[in-house]
Design a protein. Structure first.
Length: 202
């Protein structure tokens, strides 16, 4: 009988394609946004979109209360600053839109047009508990396209991350080489000075 671990190669799941999106919400006190990668149109008639959100995300609790959200589709020109802003800090402790006057859709939620190629306003009609995540099956209330740029994929993001990591490692390596060279040059100067001093002394 085939071992269960041999039967399921988890690497196969990494071949499933994902886009990257900023999910914007509002809890009645402040706007918020988080990065999600599980968004898909599940039916066309009626028009329904499913969004999966980690229960630990502040946005998940907000959606459970308000039953509305905006999906902002990140385009390939999105910078790493977008991910630092919406992915590396929590709306529980940070106001990610502090001091800004952002654009809004008819549902009152933030719309991001500078780094996104489209947005979709959603109203949650069904909530499915998936354990670590909640899946929201939603109707579409509003949608618009901002540009013809492709949507940024999770695979492309990972490639960028890997390239940035290699570039950082190369910078550290070059700095280390420079420091070693500088140390050797300083040692050589000291040695030369010592030799000259000895000659003068003789």
């Amino acid at each position: 009988m085939t071992d269960e671990k041999e039967k399921i190669n988890l690497s196969a799941l990494f071949r499933i394609g994902y886009g990257l999106y900023v999910l914007t919400t509002n809890d009645g006190r402040k706007d918020n946004g988080c990065i999600v990668n599980s968004v898909m149109q599940v039916t066309s008639n009626p028009l329904r979109v499913a969004v999966c959100v980690n229960k630990q995300n502040y946005s998940c609790g907000t959606i459970l209360e308000t039953l509305k959200m905006n999906v902002n589709c990140l385009s390939v020109d999105a910078t790493f600053d977008v991910f630092k802003r919406f992915g590396f800090q929590s709306g529980r402790t940070v106001d990610k839109f502090f001091g800004e006057t952002p654009k809004r859709s008819e549902n009152g939620l933030v719309v991001l047009s500078e780094c996104c190629n489209a947005f979709i306003s959603l109203a949650a009609e069904q909530i499915i508990d998936l354990g670590t995540h909640d899946m929201f099956v939603c109707s579409v209330e509003e949608a618009a396209v901002f540009s013809d740029l492709d949507t940024l994929t999770y695979t492309e993001y990972q490639k960028r991350e890997a390239e940035a990591r290699r570039a950082k490692e190369e910078i550290v390596r070059l700095q280390s080489v420079r420091l070693r060279f500088r140390g050797r040059r300083t040692a050589a100067r000291l040695h030369l000075s010592d030799m000259q001093a000895r000659r003068v002394g003789v």
